[in-house]
Design a protein around this ligand. Sequence first.
Ligand code: F3S
Length: 427
Amino acid sequence: MRLTDEERIMRDGAEGEAVAAAMDLLIRYGEALGAERLVDTRNVAGTMTQPSPAKAKLEREGGWARAYAVINLDCDREIEIPRMKVPTCQLQHGFSEDAAGLTAYPATSIELQGSAENYFSERGVNILATCTPYQVGNLPVRNEHVAWMESSAVVYANSVLGARTNCEGSASTGAAGLTGKIPYWGNHVPENRLATHVVRADVAVDNFQEWGMFGYFVGETVEEARPAVIGSLAQPDLADLKHFGAATATSGGVELFHMPGVTPEAPTIEAAFGGLHIPEPVAYGPRERQWVYDTLNAQGTSTDVDFVLLGCPHASLDQVARIAQLLEGRRLHADTELWVMTPRALRTMADRNGYTRIITQAGGHVLTDSCPAMSKAAPPGTRVFATDSAKQAHYLPAILGIEAWFGTLDECIDAAVTGRWRGGLRP
Ligand code: F3S
């Protein structure tokens, strides 16, 4: 790998042992990927504070410096961790105090995370604590090289914002925060960003549920490739796009899609392919749509719903407002729990606007920082849950061994209020 003088100096220890370890890690990582150089980044989204048994053990042995050295820098020496060199944020992590008592999530994990928040925020890590950093202050611009983790955030950054990132890990983001560098390969390279497939919607994709189902089909179809999507697509909003992207990254491993007119570098389908050959489209019609719906509902047997989960990826303020509107003056069924996941900063706004009060008065909870899939925790005794998120419907049955129903927001609120699943695919 070709290093600049600045990078060589960092590798050789002029900026301290932690920066040298970080450069060493990035060089090994880049060489394994065949990258010829590093690229500057001023935007890192990773995970430093997520509690785990391994992290707890390392923290007991040598504090957070030891945990960071081993987990985020792949370094076994005793080193001091300096302030992050470039703006760095914490993505979603475990549940915090606001979930205490609602689930069997351990109090020791909440405590450990609080201690990590103190340590890392003193070192310049912004504790956004969400899978949607772009909703709460971390909004990269077009062509900006960033180093992000979290598949739903990565696909949004690449495809909606036009930023450039691969799906990084806790080690590469840990090293990027201390150096402002990341290997230049994959989605950082313009020619690697061109579309490879076309998927055409022959049925209307015109609401939140339809965007999630279409995304699920696209991911299943192209796997880890780069689809261009065309056809009967209504104008999506932020919530539609985060649902669509998260679904493509769930059934497949999509990190970048091209939606002509929405994706900044794809004003047209021709631009998405860089003027190269455009392949025949794969069609998404009524049969494919039904297949997606049936797949996402394949784990649902009992119509008695114990738990309704909304906000995956973390809900926008508009989504929280809509939930409050639907719940105003109503009361949840005695045996059904409702959790709404949103970023902590948006929760503050939901509090100010009275949305949290309405949802709480109905018997629901507005929670932050995490989600049941991330923290592997749901209300005690949950056997059947309902959600409007294709990603949660896909993952949660496997993670928690529970049944799932996938439907619209209205159907989910109906389930929360009646305790029954009465959803079905609209014709
Ligand atoms: Fe976010 Fe959890 Fe969904 S981290 S994308 S709410 S699985």
